[in-house]
Design a protein around this ligand. Structure first.
Ligand SMILES: NC(=O)c1ccc[n+]([C@@H]2O[C@H](COP(=O)([O-])OP(=O)(O)OC[C@H]3O[C@@H](n4cnc5c(N)ncnc54)[C@H](OP(=O)(O)O)[C@@H]3O)[C@@H](O)[C@H]2O)c1
Length: 192
């Protein structure tokens, strides 16, 4: 089975770890205190940290991430204005991360799901769907298989270019919850 190394011990890290553990995967966490010194044991890395923390994690662990799948779950909002993303127009956090990690297989996933809907497995009355974008078909299907085995749906949303759209969806969902038009246990669901 796959071993996942999850950076972060917060809401998303815990919810994602729950799904992967249900799937039978081994999960280890690295917190901010041990981020600089930790050894990376996982075959797959999950960056379950705020986007501004990603840069230093990459700087420290770039070589250890080479040849591995790196999952970006961030919503790179400008939290001062709550009105834009901090990545260049037309780009995405995932694309920026892939450019810094050319020897890794970067996937975008989980950013359109609130943590509570990953933990409960539902959005309203429907099963939570994790949208996954990336350029490496094998890495994508391995993650999709583990998420499905962990009890929620997962869908291939296309190439890493689609991370731009996934981040737009995540941004919109956050602004709806931030302005209390929807709850943090709600959000977008997918009906096939
Ligand atoms: N919450 C959601 O529903 C949701 C939904 C979609 C996407 N996201 C995205 O998921 C990411 C995590 O959000 P969250 O809600 O889980 O945040 P959170 O509960 O605040 O947890 C963030 C975690 O990141 C850790 N961290 C910060 N810098 C780190 C570093 N350099 N190395 C290792 N760990 C570090 C923090 O550790 P310390 O506490 O020790 O600093 C904390 O455990 C964000 O990028 C967010 O945009 C969140």
């Amino acid at each position: 089975m796959t071993t996942y190394t999850i950076f972060g011990r917060g809401n998303m890290a815990t919810a994602i770890a729950g799904i992967l553990t249900n799937a039978g995967a081994t999960v280890e966490h690295i917190g901010s205190a041990d981020s600089d010194t930790a050894t990376i044991n996982g075959d797959v890395i999950v960056l379950a940290v705020p986007y501004p923390a990603v840069e230093s994690i990459i700087e420290t662990h770039k070589e250890a991430f080479a040849g591995k799948t790196v999952i970006d779950i961030t919503n790179p909002l400008n939290f001062e204005t709550f009105d834009s993303l901090v990545v260049p127009t037309g780009s995405s956090a995932a694309a920026e991360i892939q450019a810094k990690l050319p020897s890794s297989r970067v996937l975008k996933a989980f950013n359109t799901n609130f943590a509570a809907t990953l933990a409960s497995g539902t959005v309203g009355d429907i099963v939570t769907t994790v949208l996954v974008a990336g350029d490496d078909a094998e890495a994508k299907s391995a993650l999709i298989a583990d998420v499905n085995a962990g009890g929620v749906d997962a869908l291939d949303a296309g190439s890493l270019k689609r991370a731009h759209e996934l981040e737009a969806v995540g941004f919109l969902q956050l602004t709806l919850a931030g302005s209390e038009k929807i709850g943090w246990t709600g959000g977008f669901g997918l009906v096939k």
